[in-house]
Design a protein around this ligand. Structure first.
Ligand code: NAD
Length: 355
């Protein structure tokens, strides 16, 4: 395979972790195309600043000309699509952006990939991969038992999951119609360092630090399967390396927790790691708030295909992963401050004006 890959959304939470692994562990050159929305943060890639194997391009996956130009210039052996609008609550307030990036953006990438791939010499074309990163939310909600497998029918319930489901269908269609060598991964909830503080775990850590209420939707009994972000990125790399084209791979942590359980574990850790905080015990900050509309009750992933076929399993347990995550947020106040003040965006805009 070419030693260069194109990653989209590489300044986001999962994308930045993946870019670090691809460069530092696999020695690949990564062309990182990211629009730098509110969720894109170049601070998360600071350690690659002086590394010539990381080429950052600010741009939109909906810009077909730009994507075609990058493919022609850098000749990547794979495209890994992580660019997305990713927050369910934001999709309820403003779904249009989700359709633009997740549906039209993925379609635009597929079209550019198809043109590029069809012109590649035979051997390079056979080795090329289009890997699309998606979510378990496309499968809808489970009852008390059962798990999502790769053949579970799609029942998306939020504008976010509907847009991701649509993108998955386009990827599938490009394999079946045009033979584009695609791979799709559907993963459960990720957690870890550098997650934008709008998702459950970082919100709880930050609010606990500041003595603010810890808001939990409904009765707190919604169940999610949790996976440490580095394990997700290891799985993506494994699928890229050995996955069969046209296939879907479910990725999960085999770690079901209710939202209330998650928050209680965070509270215990905060009481232990930050005994100096005035708001103790932290659990007293828990507040139940009106449920999210269309809130899926339970997700659980059967990741046995990843395990049996590709030999992948998570390296981190929930306990060790969560401890690492909390410690990272405690140790990286500067990263958080620059989000709180908007500094991570303002400086970037300043740079753009100078160009
Ligand atoms: P994120 O919101 O942290 O990052 C998304 C990145 O995409 C940002 O850097 C943003 O600037 C960029 N982006 C948005 N629109 C763009 C566009 N039009 N063009 C180029 N770049 C654009 O998201 P994440 O949590 O890192 O998720 C990455 C992918 O993984 C998404 O496709 C998401 O659906 C999927 N996923 C996420 C989870 C999770 O728990 N976070 C679980 C399973 C799957």
């Amino acid at each position: 395979m070419s030693k260069t890959v194109l990653v989209t959304g590489g300044a986001g939470f999962i994308g930045s972790c993946l870019v670090r692994q691809l460069v530092q562990l696999d020695g690949l050159t990564v062309v990182n195309l990211d629009k730098l929305t509110y969720a894109g943060n170049l601070d998360s890639l600071a350690e690659l600043e002086a590394d010539s194997r990381h080429v950052f391009v600010e741009g939109d996956i909906c810009d077909g000309e730009l994507v075609a130009r990058l493919l022609g210039e850098y000749r990547p052996g794979a495209i890994l699509n992580l660019a997305a609008e990713s927050h369910v609550d934001r999709s309820i307030d403003g779904p249009a952006e989700f359709v633009a990036t997740n549906v039209v953006g993925t379609f635009t990438l597929l079209e550019a990939a198809r043109n590029y791939w069809s012109d590649l010499p035979k051997e390079e074309g056979a080795a090329f991969r289009f890997l699309h990163v998606s979510t378990d939310e496309v499968y809808g909600s489970l009852g008390k038992t059962g798990k999502f497998t790769e053949t579970t029918p799609y029942y998306p319930n939020s504008p976010y999951s509907a847009s991701k489901a649509s993108s998955d269908h386009f990827v599938r269609a490009y394999f079946h119609t045009y033979g584009l060598p695609t791979l799709t991964t559907n993963c459960s909830n990720n957690y870890g360092p550098r997650q934008f503080p709008e998702k459950l775990i970082p919100v709880m850590i930050l609010n606990a630090l500041e003595g603010k209420p810890l808001p939990i939707y409904g009765d707190g009994q919604n169940v999610r399967d949790w996976l440490f972000v580095e394990d997700h990125c290891r799985a993506i790399r494994r699928v890229l390396e050995a996955g069969r084209t046209g296939e879907v791979y479910n990725i999960g942590g085999n770690c079901e927790r209710t939202n209330l359980q998650i928050v209680k574990v965070i509270c215990d850790a905060m009481d232990r790691l930050r005994p100096d905080l005035p708001h103790r015990p932290c659990e007293e900050l828990i507040t139940f708030v009106k449920d999210r509309p269309g809130h899926d009750r339970r997700y659980a992933i059967d990741a046995s295909k990843m395990n049996v076929e590709l030999g992948w399993s998570p390296q981190e347990t929930f306990e060790t992963g969560l401890e690492k995550t909390i410690q990272w947020y405690l140790d990286n106040q500067a990263w958080l401050d620059r989000i709180a003040t908007g500094g991570y965006r303002r400086e970037r805009l300043g740079l753009r004006e100078l160009q």
